[in-house]
Design a protein around this ligand. Structure first.
Ligand code: GTP
Ligand code: MG
Length: 262
């Protein structure tokens, strides 16, 4: 899709990433992910913003606080508007100071090895968004329920048609946004539908979006908060964006979202 908006190139050497990660019941995976992020992103990592639910277990809260004490780049905030992972991500995005912004879950289902590939693709193509794609060649699912797999497949086919895009994975929450894109769009998701809102809104705006393959692997700790019926929020979100359009935060001061190429 043509890039209707001009983005300043992401300077290869001096970009600083904000990672936004909601936490509900996880412990070991949060520790492992933070270790990976601080080690592998090194100088490029500005901050890991952990948004922890006020309903989280004591063990989970203790791990997050311990991580924040060990490394000042790890910042922990208690979710103000609870419940809902969509609200948690939105609170994290509002706090993020870096650019680009990496969104990822804390349950270990998202493959960290894909992160450098997403960043490289963002730099190469100067995209506004690079998504992890479970449905393109090289991507996939390990341990996903059969029902969710086919439901997700159906959503992808439908959304590809109604948004008229060749992108393969329009619902996954693992992605890297340019901050001016993400913080320039008004987001509304309460729960897991944040995964499609943060992709479909840039697509709807004509922003350049690319994808790299990634494999989803079922969590081994904690449990999913995404019950079956919540999946239908994706449908409502997709049609609302398609017919209702996207509100951009045009008066956002130094966070003016887009420079129109026209
Ligand atoms: N702060 C916060 N985090 C949440 C909330 N609900 C879920 N999370 C976290 O958000 C991430 C995604 O939640 P999951 O329940 O795994 O949902 P999902 O990955 O979309 O669903 P599955 O495909 O079934 O795993 C996990 O890291 C959870 O810990 C919430 O209400 N508040
Ligand atoms: Mg999960």
């Amino acid at each position: 899709m043509a890039n209707r908006f001009l983005l300043r190139p992401l300077a290869a050497r001096d970009y600083r990433i904000s990672v936004v990660m909601p936490v509900f019941s996880e412990t070991d995976t949060v520790r492992a992910l933070c270790q990976w992020l601080t080690r592998e992103l090194g100088e490029h990592l500005l901050e890991v913003i952990i948004i922890i639910s006020p309903r989280s277990s004591d063990a989970s809260q203790a791990v997050c606080r311990e991580l924040a004490e060990q490394d000042e780049r790890i910042r922990v905030f208690v979710q103000q508007h609870d419940p809902g992972v969509g609200r948690a991500f939105r609170e994290g995005y509002a706090r993020a100071q870096g650019n680009p912004i990496l969104s990822m879950d804390s349950d270990g289902e998202m493959a960290v090895a894909t992160i450098p590939l997403m960043l490289a693709e963002m730099e190469r193509g100067n995209h506004g968004l690079v998504i992890g794609s479970r449905w393109m060649k090289g991507g996939g699912f390990v341990g996903y329920s059969r029902l969710k797999y086919w439901l997700n497949w159906g959503f992808q086919q439908l959304f590809r048609i109604i948004y008229w895009t060749k992108l393969h994975d329009l619902t996954y929450g693992f992605k890297v946004h340019r901050a001016e894109v993400l913080q320039g769009i008004v987001l509304e998701a309460v729960a897991q539908e944040i995964g499609c809102e943060t992709t479909l809104k840039p697509v709807r705006l004509g922003i350049s979006v690319a994808e790299v393959p990634t494999v989803w692997t079922a969590r081994t700790q904690g449990r999913s908060s995404n019950n079956f019926w919540r999946n239908f929020r994706y449908l409502r979100t997709a049609f609302k964006i398609l017919f209702g359009g996207v509100t951009t935060a045009a008066s956002a001061g130094d966070r003016v979202p887009f420079v129109d190429a026209q």
